[in-house]
Design a protein around this ligand. Structure first.
Ligand code: MN
Length: 384
């Protein structure tokens, strides 16, 4: 099988940066896939004898997904430096132009669908690129990052380090709900097997708090939920802090805090889902579910959309309505491709992107009605 396009190039470029003592920044997404990818890459670079100057995660709720305006403002004075994105970036054409202007050298590592074109980065890894012949489109970002770590370290990757990376690859692969085939299946099987004996204090903490029995019978979902529960504040993320924590006591504290967040989040998700169900009870013939509210948290829109999508089997758009803009999450099927649907609205969407089955968007409130109407027309036309 062919290697992922630009994997070797990215590896060589990172090695060069380490050799030349270039500053390296990692900018990762704030979910389990982004956080686990970031942990693996940072530790791989450390094992090369290098170091990562700064690790950043966007606050999706307040500042938006991807390389957002606040990040660009924050990063202005940092270059020269190598800037690596993980699990985001492929839809950030304009932001990458700004990063280039500031003097960053950008490497994008992403697995989301390509929109209008590929950002003008020095190196772009995304198996969704048309000319990527690796057949790795099913990988979560963590799978790509694992392969990048293998490329970086080669035979210097000890068996123990490989296992430790596989544990993270397993958790994030399950979390991202990619098909459990090929390498994904291997990550999950080998990673979960190793997880029970993990040396990583941040993961060990869950076994100590919840008990091994509960975790194993729960399919490790408790850990995955916890890794997804942290919100990034000032570009920091406590789930990432947990994964890189070396003290057992501190790790238990952080894990405990995340578990409490999960419980609270579950309650909120149920409440919002019930509210949406109440609203759509009068709209049974509509082709889609399209609901928003100022009181709903953007970070809960995805889980709420997942619940409603699986119950009603309709493309589901759930959003938080803010003062001037709304932002939301979408769940649908591969056939009823949500990214393609939003492409028909790209002239008035501020941002959009993701996977056919799971995506997101940001829009001006004045365009919401037009958006809903166009989406309904689009999905109705697919039915006929
Ligand atoms: Mn991902």
């Amino acid at each position: 099988m062919k290697k992922i396009k630009n994997l070797a190039e990215a590896s060589d470029r990172i090695k060069l940066a380490v050799k030349n003592n270039e500053k390296i920044i990692i900018y990762g997404d704030s979910d389990a896939d982004g956080i686990c990818s970031t942990t693996i890459l940072q530790e791989a670079i450390k094992n090369l004898g290098g170091s990562v100057e700064m690790v950043l995660f966007p606050n999706r709720e307040d500042d938006g997904y991807g390389v957002n305006k606040r990040a660009l403002e924050y990063l202005k004075t940092v270059p020269p430096c190598l800037f690596i994105t993980l699990d985001l970036g492929i839809s950030n054409q304009a932001a990458v132009d700004v990063l280039n202007e500031y003097g960053f050298k950008v490497i994008i590592v992403d697995h989301h669908q390509i929109l209008d074109g590929i950002p003008n980065a020095e190196i772009v890894i995304d198996p969704a690129q048309a000319d990527d012949q690796s057949d790795s489109r099913h990988l979560a970002n963590v799978g790509i990052t694992f392969k990048l770590a293998e490329e970086l370290l080669g035979s210097d990757m000890s068996a123990q380090l490989r296992k430790s990376f596989l544990e993270l690859a397993a958790l994030a692969t399950i979390s991202d709900m990619v098909p459990q085939i090929g390498d994904n299946k291997m990550f999950i099987e080998e990673g979960l097997r190793s997880l029970k004996h993990t040396f990583r204090p941040g993961l060990r903490a869950f076994f100590d708090i919840l008990g091994e029995g509960e975790i194993v019978s729960g399919g490790f979902y408790k850990i995955i939920q916890a890794l997804n529960a942290a919100e990034s504040i000032d570009f920091k993320n406590s789930a990432f802090d947990l994964l890189i924590e070396s003290s057992k006591n501190k790790a238990e504290e952080l894990a405990q805090d995340l578990i409490a967040k999960v419980n609270y989040k579950q309650l909120k998700i149920q409440q919002i889902a019930q509210e949406v169900e109440r609203r759509i009870s009068q709209k049974k013939d509509e082709a889609i579910i399209f609901e928003g509210d100022p009181a709903w948290k953007l970070t809960l829109a995805g889980p709420v959309a997942s619940i409603l999508y699986s119950k009603y089997q309709k493309p589901t758009f759930i959003f938080k309505k803010m003062d001037n803009e709304s932002a939301g999450s979408v769940r649908s099927t591969k056939e009823l491709n949500s990214v393609e649907a939003m492409k028909t609205c790209k002239d008035f969407l501020i941002t959009y992107g993701g996977h056919p089955q799971a995506s997101g968007f940001r829009i001006k409130n004045e365009d919401l009605a037009k958006f809903e109407k166009k989406l309904k027309e689009h999905f109705n036309s697919l039915k006929n």
